[in-house]
Design a protein around this ligand. Structure first.
Ligand code: AMP
Length: 530
């Protein structure tokens, strides 16, 4: 009888191919540095890796074997080295195994924010030209239509299973790792893009591994740690900062589907390490059940992705005795600075440049380095810095200098010993009548006023001054801000040109999934000044 499918699609033929590759690449001693460092050492290990919300636990060995099954599926779908695997799936153990499998198969992992709408997703398909799309089973119909006319196959993942999981179940539990150079891409992460189109940041094996190694060492992460993981896994923070370091150290991970205060309070006594955005900490502090006792087994609380208010830092220490360690980084560069593990973790600063990461602060116009204490833009160079924007050579050239420094767009000052404090994004800088106004300076004053929980200061168009200052205020629960008093304090503490010309009282600030305040929305929705 004639075969019903091409022989290279049969499992026997696949196994033979795998065998051939194993001996060929084994003989060549080729490497795939990210896979070799993060996953290969755990093959057959019985140590626990993931514990899920349903109580189910997965050992390191089983996880690596699952990754190999995923790699087998990828190859069967025609995914080759360098091909993009677009992932728009829930936070599941299989989604992480897909990350492992993608790296092992030499392909490029491309996770997307689960909140994106169909219209937004169409752009990513067109821009990234993925070979495979892995989506939530609940959105399969939309994805089938989005992929029509492209080269991409569509497979599904969901808590109840999906076509990818079913196919992986039937695959061998080992895979001959495909070789990659250190400069080859391992991931493509799209920036959140509050202005213009999202840009795909190309991240190489070297970019990801160098940063994971540095952070693991700096933060003393070991196999005695149990990481409480409540971040999304489509962003650099939850995927690379949290998981690559845990994998490198062989730590245990309590994988929570999402951030949930009740669940986190329950899990705190069993954890040693939490990586969170500032909102995690403010939400914990807002809950009276969050006590010092609950955190007694915890070793380290880390915050990043958005500024941690100095008050939150102080309140957290008063409540728990722990000083939150704040670090700073971005999708394009991985992590750049960190407060020290041993030493002064100072509120309102992001600490020092990481080992092997060069940082300089330059003047906005003259592009020369500024002196300590002066405000300038953070530029960064090192193995952590990405390879450029996918298919956007002009954008890459605008932001990545010839000498290898990447212009972050974050404004900061440094102290003589190199400690850095961020004062805001360059694009949020307000220029009123020729004067520069750094929103953070005004926000710090407003946040210090009794009854104000937080604030966001932004610029709106002004016929005379070009721009003028507006402040959005969020009062503390059950408080009504006295705007006359707020104005009086602003007058007392800030030069006249920095005074907000209007106040908007809001119940909360608009934030994205990583807890960043979306000033673009505040600006767009502002009624403007009369
Ligand atoms: P993303 O690429 O989504 O990780 O966003 C990176 C941006 O988040 C940086 O350019 C900063 O503007 C901001 N960011 C990250 N960490 C911090 C921090 N600790 N303090 C202030 N801003 C931060």
């Amino acid at each position: 009888m004639a075969p019903t499918s091409a022989p290279w699609h049969s499992e026997t033929a696949l196994d033979a191919l795998t065998l051939l590759k194993t001996s060929f690449f084994g003989w060549l001693h080729v490497t795939n540095s990210l896979y070799d460092a993060l996953f290969a050492p755990h093959e057959r290990s019985e140590r626990p890796f993931l514990t899920l919300d349903n109580g189910h636990s997965i050992s390191y060995g089983d996880f690596v074997a699952r990754g190999a099954q995923m790699a087998q599926v990828l190859v069967s779908c025609g995914v080759g080295p360098g091909d993009r695997v677009l992932v728009h799936a829930p936070k599941l153990a299989d989604t992480l195994a897909l990350y492992a499998g993608t790296v092992q198969a030499g392909a490029v992992y491309l996770p997307l924010n689960s909140a994106y709408t169909e219209a937004e997703l169409a752009y990513f398909v067109e821009n990234a030209e993925p070979k495979l799309i892995v989506c939530d089973a609940a959105q399969e119909t939309e994805w089938q239509s989005l992929s029509r006319g492209t080269q991409a196959s569509v497979l599904t993942l969901s808590e109840a299973g999906g076509t990818l999981s079913d196919w992986a179940d039937a695959m061998p539990r080992s895979f001959a790792t495909l070789p990659r150079e250190d400069a080859d891409l391992a991931a493509l992460l799209y920036t959140s893009g509050t202005t213009g189109r999202s840009k795909g940041a190309m991240l190489s094996h070297r970019n990801l591994l160098s940063n994971a190694r540095t952070l693991t060492e700096l933060w003393h992460i070991t196999d005695a740690d149990r990481l409480l993981h409540a971040l999304p896994i489509f962003h650099t923070h939850g995927l690379f900062v949290a998981l690559n370091t845990a994998l490198l150290a062989g730590a245990e991970v309590r994988l929570m589907k999402q951030f949930d205060v009740d669940l986190l309070l329950e899990e705190l006594p069993g954890g040693t390490l939490l990586m969170g955005v500032p909102t995690f900490y403010t939400r914990l502090l807002a809950d009276p059940r969050f006590t010092r006792d609950l955190t007694s087994a915890m070793r380290l609380f880390i915050s990043g992705s958005a500024p941690l208010l100095a008050e939150t830092h102080a309140e957290f220490e008063a409540r728990t005795g722990h000083r939150i360690l704040e670090r700073y980084g971005m999708t394009e560069t991985n992590m750049i600075t960190s407060n020290p593990y041993q030493g002064d973790r100072r509120a309102g600063t992001v600490g020092y440049p990481l080992p092997n990461v060069e940082v300089r602060i330059t003047d906005l116009e003259e592009k020369k380095e500024v002196s300590a204490g002066e405000i300038g833009v953070i530029e960064v160079r090192g193995d952590n810095v990405f390879q450029g924007y996918w298919k956007m050579p002009e954008k890459t050239a605008e932001e990545l200098r010839q000498d290898g420094f990447f212009i972050t767009g974050d404004l900061a000052t440094s102290e003589p010993d190199g400690r850095i404090s961020i004062v805001g994004r360059a694009k949020d800088l307000i220029i009123a009548g020729g004067f520069n106004i750094y929103p953070k300076e005004v926000e710090d004053v407003l946040n210090g006023i009794d009854g104000i929980s937080e604030s966001a200061v932004y610029g709106v168009a002004h016929p005379d001054f070009g721009e003028s200052v507006v402040a959005a205020l969020v009062p503390e629960a059950d408080k009504v801000p006295d705007l006359d008093e707020v104005e009086a304090i602003a007058r007392e503490k800030l030069a006249r040109f920095k005074h907000p010309r209007a106040y908007r009282v809001l119940t909360e600030l608009p934030r994205n999934a990583m807890g960043k305040v979306q000033k673009n929305l505040l600006r767009d929705q502002d009624p403007g000044l009369k």
